[in-house]
Design a protein around this ligand. Structure first.
Ligand code: ATP
Ligand code: MG
Length: 651
């Protein structure tokens, strides 16, 4: 080991170091948010390179978003390491498949499906199904779920029933549309995103020479956010590994937020069973957030029913104390957005860069009002995740034009002026952003393309238009717009793995989080709780959680705040004054005293399954009342195995 290698380990704590120094063989880091999982894998790769164990080009690090991949590359180059492949699953597969397509598919790389909904619509109409756009989306995401969980159209009905999928169509209909969709793609010789992974895995499984080459090229594998890997991605990973065990995975089961689209945290939880000689490391120290934020995160996840086989992953705050998280109730959404925008303005005026602030929401439709409010106070923002950047009509058109220009011949040397020229032909004026609204969105999308070109040229000075267009196609696999400076507006899903000094988690209304469609299914509600856990753990210093009682000004103030805030937010004035909508009883219902007796009996019956979350039947108010009037009963309850003792502990 050279001095550089030792310096790399010096930036880690003891547990992180043991994972980073284990550069060979299977390694699994199972730990909560902000404990340095991503930091550990970058240092591990750097350590492996510095000690000469890894050839950088033979390391493939996969993550779930292009931005995360970019961050990995950035952090690696800061550690003096270049050449490591850090990509999303899709980008890695695309690259390999493009190279092997002639051998495997007997021709050049097929086109990607440009408009998936159109193909689904055609398949639906062939099945004599008349549908609106929302139903088409449902069908498309159901097909996506089937493909990521490796279910064929024939498998679909049984698999959907087993997974208790809730779709507004019967399973046979979905299966028929799925089959029609697949054959339409085949006829056109096009691939969708799932096919990219599937065909790449197939190429490795079925073509020995391809497998030999790819496996010779990539010898060490690293997967970040492994809790959200789906069976299709796992299959590709297995194909890459080809039986080898040179793999390091890191993840947090409490951050599983894609299980309803096919992700399966059992891959993470079962890693040690699959590789009995794996080095398994647990991290507990949270380096990201103030102890106040950490306490809130612990409380939130502590209120979730225990999952069997899940290790306790409590976080221990390491940073010096900061401000208490704030909980704020607003009369309506525009008022909430105005308050958040004013707070952003104040932070920026106080010297915090706008890029250190994020506003996180559950559904993308919520972004609109925040965009307007930030525009009003003159704070720049970046819209992330959400509606896919490359699916925006203006971006699609621009990419089409760029592709046309690239095909029309390449002017050698570089790139940025040609991109500007092409965009100018659409009427886009670089230095004249429209004041707001949809026109501003469109302007920003195109500006983002130019920024991206500038970024890429700084990485690859010789890049030409054709190369840029190829990169755009790769980027289109990721859901993220290129970065510019500004307050980040992002869905909670898109915020995974990232961090900001100040975070506003907004729109915390029951029905939005947990989202209404999840209310009838306890496991779906739990996924929503994890989503909030992801959101709050993005904050380094300042965390504000807010909700509004009405949607529009003057509207009826009937929206209850998110149930997840019970026990976190102070009660009283901050509570909605209106009656909350009735929540579905999870286990038992009836009068409090009666519930109590039934709970005791039920508990005795089900003593074997200790993980059943019984406490959910009690509201805070009920628990409070029990604590005051029947403390001995409360004690008895706390002593029963499997009852949510943490919740009870609070009283
Ligand atoms: P998430 O689950 O949200 O992805 P993570 O476990 O990947 O979180 P990181 O992003 O790697 O966490 O680390 C969180 C923050 O803590 C980063 O800013 C990182 O640089 C910092 N950090 C992690 N470990 C250490 C350490 N040993 N010393 C100093 N800072 C650290
Ligand atoms: Mg991380």
């Amino acid at each position: 080991a050279d001095g550089g290698a030792e310096a790399i380990l010096a930036g880690l704590d003891e547990e992180q170091r043991s994972a980073a120094a284990a550069v060979q063989g299977p390694v699994c880091i199972l730990a909560g948010a902000g404990t340095g999982k991503t930091r550990t894998i970058t240092h591990r790769i750097a350590y492996g390179v510095h000690t000469g164990v890894y050839v950088p080009e033979q390391v493939l690090a996969v993550t779930f978003t292009a931005r995360a991949a970019g961050e990995l590359r950035g952090r690696l180059s800061a550690l003096g390491v270049g050449g490591v492949q850090a990509r999303t699953f899709h980008a890695a597969a695309m690259r390999q498949l493009r190279y092997f397509a002639p051998r495997v598919l007997g021709g050049p790389m097929p086109e990607l499906v440009e408009n998936k909904l159109r193909v689904v619509a055609a398949a639906a109409s062939r099945s004599r199904l008349t549908t609106d756009r929302a139903s088409l989306r449902d069908l498309a995401s159901e097909i996506e779920w089937a493909k990521t969980t490796l279910a064929t159209p024939e498998d679909y009905p049984a698999r959907a029933a087993a997974a208790q999928r809730e779709v507004p169509f019967d399973a046979a209909t979905v299966a028929a549309v799925y089959a029609g969709y697949e054959s339409a793609k085949q006829r056109d010789g096009a691939l969708d995103f799932e096919d990219l992974l599937l065909v790449t895995a197939y190429a490795l499984e079925e073509h020995r020479d391809v497998a030999r080459e790819v496996r010779g090229q990539y010898r060490h594998f690293v997967v970040d956010e492994y809790q959200d890997v789906n069976p299709l991605q796992q299959r590709l990973l297995d194909a890459w590994l080809g039986g080898r065990a040179e793999i390091c995975v890191v993840g947090d089961p409490n951050q599983t937020i894609y299980s309803f689209t096919g992700a399966d945290p059992d891959h993470l939880l079962g890693f040690a069973d699959r590789y009995p000689d794996a080095e398994v490391v647990k991290l507990e120290r949270d380096y990201r957030s103030t102890p106040q934020v950490v306490a809130l995160a612990n409380k939130l996840i502590g209120q979730a029913p225990r999952r069997k086989g899940l290790p306790g992953l409590r976080l221990l705050g390491q940073r010096t104390p900061g401000a208490e998280p704030r909980f704020v109730e607003h009369p309506d959404e525009p008022a909430e957005a105005a308050a958040v925008a004013a707070a952003c303005r104040a932070l920026v005026d106080g010297g915090l860069p706008a890029s250190e602030i994020a506003v996180l929401f559950r559904i993308n439709a919520q972004s609109q009002v925040y965009e307007a409010a930030l525009t009003d106070v003159g704070v720049p923002y970046v819209l992330k995740g959400g509606e896919r950047f490359f699916e925006r009509p203006e971006v699609r058109d621009a990419v089409q034009l760029l592709r046309g220009a690239a095909a029309g011949g390449n002017e050698p040397g570089a790139l940025v002026p040609s991109v500007r020229d092409v965009l100018a032909a659409t009427g886009w004026v670089e230095h004249r952003p429209p004041p707001g609204g949809a026109a501003r969105d469109r302007w920003q999308s195109l500006a983002a393309l130019v920024d991206l070109a500038v970024d890429m040229v700084s990485e690859e000075p010789a890049l030409d238009l054709a190369g840029f267009v190829a990169h755009l196609a790769e980027r289109a696999n990721a859901q993220h717009a290129p970065t510019v400076q500004g307050v980040t507006l992002a869905s909670m899903h898109a915020a995974k793995g990232l961090e900001w000094d100040a975070v506003f988690v907004v729109g915390l209304v029951d029905g939005v989080l947990p989202i209404a469609q999840s209310h009838s299914r306890p496991d779906a509600v739990e996924e929503e709780r994890r989503l909030l856990y992801v959101a709050v753990t993005r904050a380094r210093e300042q965390l504000t959680l807010s909700w509004s009682l009405a949607r529009a000004p003057g509207g009826r103030r009937t929206r209850p705040r998110s149930r997840f805030l019970d026990g976190l937010a102070p009660d009283g004035a901050a509570r909605p004054r209106t009656t909350p909508t009735k929540r579905p009883p999870v286990v038992l219902d009836g009068a409090a005293g009666e519930r109590f007796e039934r709970l005791r009996a039920w508990r005795a019956q089900t003593a074997a399954t200790a993980s059943v979350p019984a406490y959910v039947v009690f509201s805070d108010a009920t628990l409070q009342a029990i604590a005051e009037t029947r403390p001995s009963t409360l004690q008895e309850l706390s002593g029963l195995p499997g009852i949510g003792s943490r919740k009870l502990d609070m009283y």
